[in-house]
Design a protein around this ligand. Structure first.
Ligand code: FPP
Length: 231
């Protein structure tokens, strides 16, 4: 990797599992199973690159519209992931966190997430944030509700930011979307205001470590001005 800074926080919209499966005349769920393997590889690759935070868009507030079997399958994969990967998280001191509304999740998944977050909360390695029952609008709305409940006097960008799901996590530097569509689909709407976006035609199960490196290289060539001008 070139020496220029690696994005501290990378967000990924992991799209294309269904199409990957359909192209192979497999069930969509098979695509999600393959997608889980890619997610595992990507956590390792992002860690090796030196990213500090990785947010994975696993299940959106809109994904409940899918067939019950598909929803159940994805949530089952999450459960399996939380169980199977905990040793890897422990060994590598990776902290696992959740973004999204836990109250809309099945109680056992919400509990597994809470426990994994609790067990890894002191780890000082990379942080992996699973966006699960997550929607950017929903997160902003819940932040406003918390802010009002807390009786916070001033409604400012600063006070609202402090009531988001993970207020200590810096905004994503780079947001990647696989699967060929160029939209953000309600992902990190507030936090992504000045993120660099990278869209790839590759379907998520086909995404590799080399693709992640190519995305980071593209990011390193961008000129980030945050609305200002270069001196
Ligand atoms: C989008 O592809 C993918 C999802 C909605 C599910 C993502 C889930 C995983 C990758 C597995 C779980 C991962 C972890 C880390 C627990 P799509 O189904 O919308 O694909 P399509 O656009 O081709 O239909």
């Amino acid at each position: 990797m070139p020496a220029s800074p690696v994005p501290a926080h990378i967000g990924i919209i992991m799209d294309g599992n269904g199409r990957w499966a359909q192209q192979r005349k497999l069930l969509r769920t098979q695509g999600h199973l393959e997608g889980l393997k890619t997610a595992k590889r990507t956590v390792k690759a992002a860690r090796e690159l030196g990213a500090e935070y990785l947010t994975l868009y696993v299940f959106s507030t809109e994904n409940w519209k899918r067939a019950a079997e598909e929803v159940g399958f994805i949530l089952g994969l999450v459960k399996q992931y939380l169980k199977a990967e905990l040793d890897f998280y422990r060994e590598n001191r990776i902290r696992l966190r959740h973004a999204g509304d836990p109250t809309g999740l099945p109680a056992d998944i919400a509990q597994d997430l809470r426990e994994a977050a609790e067990e890894t909360r002191e780890f000082d390695g990379m942080q992996v944030i699973l966006a699960l029952n997550y929607g950017g609008r929903n997160e902003i709305l819940r932040a406003v509700k918390r802010l009002l409940q807390a009786g916070t006097p001033a409604l400012t960008e600063e006070t609202l930011s402090r009531h988001l799901d993970n207020p200590d996590i810096p905004d994503p530097d780079l947001i990647i979307r696989t699967g060929g569509d160029c939209r953000i689909s309600n992902f990190l709407l507030w936090e992504g205001a000045y993120s660099e976006y990278y869209f790839s035609d590759k379907l998520w199960p086909d995404w590799t470590e080399e693709d992640l490196i190519a995305a980071v290289r593209a990011y390193q060539r961008r000129d980030r001005r945050f609305g200002g001008v270069q001196p």
